[in-house]
Design a protein around this ligand. Sequence first.
Ligand code: CP
Length: 311
Amino acid sequence: MTGLSVKHLIGIKYLTHEDVALIFETADNFKQLINRPIKKVPSLRDITIANAFFENSTRTRLSFELAEKRLSADIINFSASTSSVTKGETLLDTINNVIAMKVDMIVMRHPNPGAANFLAQNVNAIIVNAGDGTHEHPTQGLLDAYSIREKHGKIEGLKVAIIGDILHSRVALSNIFTLTKLGAEVMVCAPPTLIPKFIASLGVKVEYNVNKALEWCDVANVLRIQLERQQGGYFPSLREYSMAYGINLDRLQKIGKPITIMHPGPINRGVELDSNVADSTEYSIILDQVENGVAIRMAVLYLLAARVDRS
Ligand code: CP
């Protein structure tokens, strides 16, 4: 296999099994590199990347920026709140102006599902989706699956429960697409109001009882309750959500078997996940996920840069 089957990274659903295997294999090499004293290679020194963030981010923005620096790309950072977007400039005008400055790749986070796909259809640059509304967050899906493989030595046959706000989560969809592609069994668990009706058509199990989900799974990926998107009254109160679905030490100890706990961040501590689990070396691989994010993003950028016209 020589390269990815896609020109842009819009969503995991557009990738083949071979694409994911190639990204993981490339990330293995970059993970070794970033653990050496000299963490930089010149691979993208002729490439310019713009990080265009129209929505807040800590992990994804910094992780992409670090990945780009480790690969020696030239980078510019764009944030909507301090740009002419606030004066009414359109997304297309904004990005075309950025590209006119001889930018090759755009890493974009945007609140609207489909924004990354729209750009890929309408501008002349490689587009990397860093999260588009409730649609997909492909590099998070990849780094989560990569972290599961690192911890368990495999993905095929593992049972992964995704617990929390599935309805509003791009992370849930990208995890489901990645994990089912790689042969894991996937379950979603939440109150019925936080599970979209179409989810079973993606080949996942649905469970409303969190204790049963924990008994079933090898890995629990706990998702953030998206406080900014709860105006619909999806559950009575955060306290009741936490009592019914929150992952805490007491619940895990009653299950009495090893379970790997993941969370994409940011965590609402004491709501979907208690600190004594999030910070526990026995259960949590949350900071491993963050470390692996840099290697995965280096791999994605490196492989997509092969599609840049360097003539
Ligand atoms: N996991 C994730 O997307 O975190 P940020 O919103 O901080 O980038």
